[in-house]
Each structure stands twice: as C-alpha cells, then as structure tokens.
Design a protein around this ligand. Sequence first.
Ligand code: PAF
Length: 282
Amino acid sequence: MSSLSIVRTRADLRALVSSWRRDGKKIALVPTMGALHAGHLALIEQAKASADVVIASIFVNPTQFAPHEDLARYPRQEAADIVQLEAIGCDGLYAPHVEELYPDGFQTRIVPGAVAQRLEGAFRPHFFGGVATVVAKLFLQVDPHVAIFGEKDWQQLQVISAMVRDLDLCVEIVPAPTHREPDGLALSSRNAYLSEKERAIAPSLKQALDWVADTIKQAPTTLNSVLEQAKAQLLAKGFHAIDYLEACHSETLEPWQVGDPARILVAAWLGKTRLIDNRGLD
Ligand code: PAF
C-alpha cells in the first residue's frame, strides 16, 4: 500500500510537516515542475539518503516563464508522476494550486545578484527572479532540513546556494549529479518536445562539452578558438542557434581564468526546443 501523502494547501502541508517534525524526522524537499523522469527519481533517491522523510513538490511556476515561453505547453502529467512517487517510496507530495503560492495581491519578489546575470540570466532575464522567489516560498512553506537540486541546472544551483547563504535560510542545499541517457543526452522534461530527428542530434551537445573540456585541459590558452570551433560543429550537426557556450568560474559564473574552478555551460536550440547542459573540467 502506498504511503504517499498528497497535500495541496499550506494548511495541510503544515499539518503533515509538523507531524514529521514532532517525530524528530529529518525532512528533505525535492522541488520539481513535474513531468517526472529518471533524473527526478535520482534526486528523490539522493533525498532518501540525506534525510528520514522526503517530500517532492510539483508546481509549474508561472513567474519563471516569460510570456513568449512554453508555460502553456510545459508537460503536465500529475497522475503518472504520482505513480512514480509511490513506486519510489516518496513520503509526501506538495502539489499546490497557483493561489497557494501567488495569492491575490502578491507583490514581493527575490532579486538574485550577479551570479544570475550572465548566461541564462542574459537570455531569460525574468527566469532566476521567478525561480528564487518560488524556491524561497517553498522553503518557507515546507521548512525542510535539506533540499536537493540537480547539477543539470548548474546556474540555478549557484543562484539558490547564494540566496540561502545571503538570506541565512536554514536549509542545506544538496547537489545531485546530472542523469543522462546512454548516448549522453541529459534528462530533461523538455526532451519530450524533440522530434525523432532532433533527438538523434541532441547528444552532440554533451559531445561538444566533452570536446571543449578535453581540449582546454591540454591547452587552456586556446579556449576562445576551441569554443568557436565547438559552436560551429553544433551548428553543422543541426542545432539552429546557440545562446551560449562558455567556460566560467564554477561558482560565480564569471568568465573563466586559468586557475579558476571551471564549468563549461551551453544552451542551444534544436528546432523549437532549447536544451541546456554543463560539465566540470576535472
Ligand atoms: O528546476 C526546476 O524544476 C524549477 O526551476 C524549480 C527549482 C522546481 C523551481 O520552479
């Protein structure tokens, strides 16, 4: 029998979490926008290893989508998500209606700092403000001891870590490695948008990251020309636009200098689908 408790209101959430806290349980939160795949399930496994009870949230957060983006067509499959959460032994699901997070009169937002300005922030200026605001609200509503975030969204992980540090939020952020298909494509709910032809091209993104990493490990001073060659290769493979392919300081996300801890990050368009990925240099 399933022991997944599903709550949709702040009052029911509070009652559930309070009972866990009364029992002295360590609570882990896995925030998601649903359309769960093996990558999310790996986050839940990591949460189970980090705490006594695990609560996932499913909320397609409107404030992190610009009007021209894919909010309306973002995949929603709550019944299938619940089956997966039950099967993996998740303890709780918080699936609020939009009014629980953004009631009438809502007007206060988190404004992330420098780490949110470049890369995704330059192409999606509304994005990290929306993410930080909803994540701060989820932390305050759920009050978890730990929260798990995937390294697939590397810049998001840095933005949230900075917010927790800067605002003295009492939650430990636990990063989880990117989960990949056997051909290297990072798992993402948006992969569902890819046509068969686009799906065959998509693994080139990870190959480009690996090639850049291997090449600049040997010859760091060739970075700029290596990045330009990698972009040209992606375009030749069938990507139609590259928003960015950059090597950055892994925490500040400022442009990489020799000696910095490095992260290479990419965002590129395959048809109407925007894919992001990243990797470290070691
Ligand atoms: O990574 C996501 O799925 C979302 O950005 C998050 C953290 C759940 C906030 O809506």
